[in-house]
Design a protein around this ligand. Structure first.
Ligand SMILES: CC(C)(COP(=O)(O)OP(=O)(O)OC[C@H]1O[C@@H](n2cnc3c(N)ncnc32)[C@H](O)[C@@H]1OP(=O)(O)O)[C@@H](O)C(=O)NCCC(=O)NCCS
Length: 199
């Protein structure tokens, strides 16, 4: 199913778009607030670009929204086993201490469209989009700081993302967090090389 291609239009998500649309609700208060009030300033500060898919038949309806930023996967401080896992993806002579990536800073599907495969449709589009020949600069990985809850992590896993760290403890150490502190997000990555022959 390619509902987003056939039934929606992709637009930048900025104050101009927002005034034309009904409030977007993906069910997460922080994300809803970000897309409603913060998105314009975030873009103006060059921290991330935000986009949304709106229904063709009613462009006041935002089906899903997302924000992307340039990023990197810095493996220098990864535990040896995790660094090795990533290194195995890349030819030895091309090993680096940090690999170029796009970060999915924010992403949400409207509660009205949930559980219909639209999140997967969106992720497939993002993967192909960042691989397009007109994308300036190399990008090997798509990364996300995924909310550390089962539904979100299951969504990213179902979409081919792997945990950068096998345990929360490893990730806390990498982040310099005390062990008793709650880990709100988990770093996950998708290797775009898996799709590079599809472009
Ligand atoms: C996570 C989210 C984007 C998924 O969107 P969606 O359109 O419902 O996702 P899909 O229908 O494409 O689901 C794809 C897969 O994700 C997993 N998944 C999605 N929602 C899930 C849930 N509530 N519980 C468990 N797994 C879930 C399933 O494996 C599903 O495959 P299946 O339907 O074959 O079982 C959406 O629920 C959302 O916007 N959540 C709130 C915001 C959020 O958490 N954003 C991510 C921030 S990092």
């Amino acid at each position: 199913m390619d509902f987003l291609e056939t039934s929606c239009v992709l637009s930048e998500l900025d104050s101009k778009t927002l005034v034309q649309c009904k409030p977007f609700c993906c069910g997460d208060v922080d994300l809803d607030d970000f897309f409603l009030t913060d998105v314009e300033n975030y873009g103006k500060q060059l921290l991330g670009k935000s986009y949304c898919y709106r229904l063709n038949e009613d462009p006041t309806v935002i089906v899903c929204a997302f924000t992307l930023a340039n990023s990197s996967v810095d493996v220098r401080h990864f535990p040896g086993s995790r660094r090795k896992k990533l290194a195995e993806l890349i030819p030895r002579e091309k090993h680096l201490s940090s690999y170029p990536a796009y970060l999915v800073c924010r992403l949400g599907v409207s509660t009205a469209f949930r559980g219909k495969g639209i999140g997967t449709n969106l992720m497939n589009n993002i993967k192909l989009w960042v691989l397009k020949p007109d994308t300036k600069g190399g990008c090997r990985f798509l990364t996300v700081d995924a909310y550390n809850n089962e539904a979100t992590r299951q969504y990213y896993t179902a979409n081919g993302f792997n945990d950068a760290f096998s345990t929360e403890q490893q990730e806390k150490e990498y982040m310099g967090m005390p062990p008793e502190k709650e880990l709100k997000t988990r770093l996950m990555y998708f290797d775009l090389m898996l799709l590079s022959n599809k472009i």
